[in-house]
Design a protein around this ligand. Structure first.
Ligand code: GLC
Length: 437
């Protein structure tokens, strides 16, 4: 039967229809929400070219040449324990690392391909295994980024000319088997994994005409992929950076370079924010994901803390990226920033970790987080009248300055609750008020 020139499938039912997360998944999702802050690692053979992880594609480097890079990959200073310690010092509770990026190179020992760190590099060390062991020692959760898209494999249907043809289906069936084999390895050889974080779905999305709905005209086989993950490790969450409305079977909604709901980065095909799924924003420390030698657009520490506050204040996690160098070190500028974030979090983490932000949406003055009988007001802009007004009433036992413990003046009416800021309130980064109920 010929499938050529089939119209885009409009009735494509993606994912696991009627998905009901298993009890283990539900627990893991709450744990993920509690964790609030993770570190992303983009590392691959592209780091050797030092111009980001898209270098092969952007500079149109032929795959036949690019694929010689692994032959020289020897990150002599790589030390998984040191990485995990540096990351833990930031206060982060989890690490999400690229197991295989769009260039198709596997940074782990895979039997499904020879284009991997064991078979194709002189380094011959499974860095993911070493990182998994170090995470285990330090009590950090490990997550794997995994690219759906591949710039090199013969069976990945890249050519738009074969869209919706039998050829495309045949190729993809093989490629899907390959991905499932790798996902199985990732979920059987590295201990408990917190999440598989997919990327590249957008490669098959047609840009909608203005005013038109977006059309997905490719069947990624998510039902099979998601079922596989949930069956191998029910506590492993599924995230997919597809920039569209969540697909059943996913547990985390991802916002790339975007605060949930803001849709400013230009990737989001929707401003939809799920109330069911956990939320996560990923951001860079400078402008790049993979190591870029010329990128010195480092964000300041106050800016980073405010990003964390703005995600926590939207009930979302922050995944902050580092792009290690080809020698295996995390860039010094990144390490410094991670350490500074850690200092701030060791003093103020109680107002972030384990909290939720469902009582009040972000306000002009800042955001509210809450946990058990505590409410934290993170004031990032001092109101002119020096008064913070919550649009609901509260039975508060105590209201204090979180940093120095000084009691603050408050007043409740039937419909609202106000706190008067003291004259020393400084909102340059975050002035925190603690309310005890
Ligand atoms: C994008 C890029 C990719 C990067 C990812 C991180 O999808 O294609 O290079 O890994 O964003 O969010």
């Amino acid at each position: 039967m010929a499938f050529s020139n089939l119209a885009a499938p409009t009735d494509l039912k993606e994912g696991i229809q009627g998905y009901q997360p298993a009890p283990e998944t539900v627990i893991a999702k709450e744990q993920f929400r509690d964790d609030k802050f993770g570190v992303f690692i983009h590392w691959g053979v592209y780091s050797m070219l030092a111009r980001g992880e898209w270098v092969m594609n952007v500079e149109k480097i032929p795959y036949s040449e690019y694929s010689k890079l692994p032959g020289g990959f020897y990150p002599s200073k790589f030390d998984a324990r040191q990485w995990v310690k540096q990351i833990k010092a930031s206060g982060a509770k989890y690490i999400t690392i690229t197991s295989r990026h769009h260039d198709g190179f596997s940074m782990f020992d895979t039997k499904a391909s020879d284009y991997d760190i064991i078979d194709a590099t002189p380094f011959k060390r499974d860095v993911l295994k070493e990182i998994a062991a170090a995470c285990h020692e330090e009590g950090l959760t490990l997550n794997f980024y995994y690219s759906l898209l591949d710039w090199g494999r013969d069976d990945y249907p890249r050519d738009p000319a074969i869209a919706h043809t039998e050829k495309e289906r045949e190729m993809y069936a093989k490629y899907l088997d390959f991905m499932c084999a790798q996902i199985t390895e990732l979920l059987t050889n590295y201990g408990p994994i917190g999440c598989i974080w997919f990327d590249g779905d957008w490669a098959k999305i047609k840009k909608p005409e203005p005013g038109q709905e977006m059309v997905i005209d490719f069947d990624w086989g998510y039902e099979r992929i998601y079922r596989l993950i949930h069956s191998l490790q029910p506590s492993c969450l599924v995230a997919n950076n597809h920039h569209r409305i969540p697909i059943p079977g996913e547990d985390i909604q991802v916002f790339e370079r975007d605060i949930p709901g803001e849709n400013n980065a230009g990737y989001g095909r929707t401003s939809h924010v799920s109330t069911e799924l956990a939320l996560e924003t990923c951001k860079t420390l400078n402008k790049s994901w993979g190591y870029d030698i010329k990128d010195d657009n480092w964000k300041s520490v106050p800016e980073l803390i405010r990003i964390l506050l703005s995600t926590a204040g939207r009930n979302a996690n922050l995944l902050l990226n580092v792009g290690p160098q080809p020698d295996g070190c995390i860039p010094e500028e990144s390490v410094k920033r991670l350490a500074e974030m850690g200092k701030w979090l060791s003093a103020n983490g109680e107002t972030i970790f384990g909290t939720r932000a469902t009582m009040l949406k972000p306000q002009k003055w800042g955001v509210l987080t809450h946990k058990d009988n505590k409410i934290f007001l993170h004031v990032m802009e001092l109101p002119e009248d020096g008064v913070i007004t919550l649009p609901f009433t509260l039975k508060a036992k105590k209201v204090k300055d979180f940093a120095n413990g000084a009691a603050l003046k408050f007043k409740k009416t039937k419909k609202d609750f106000t706190v008067t800021l003291p004259e020393w309130a400084d909102a340059t980064v975050d002035y925190i008020i603690e309310i005890t109920l």
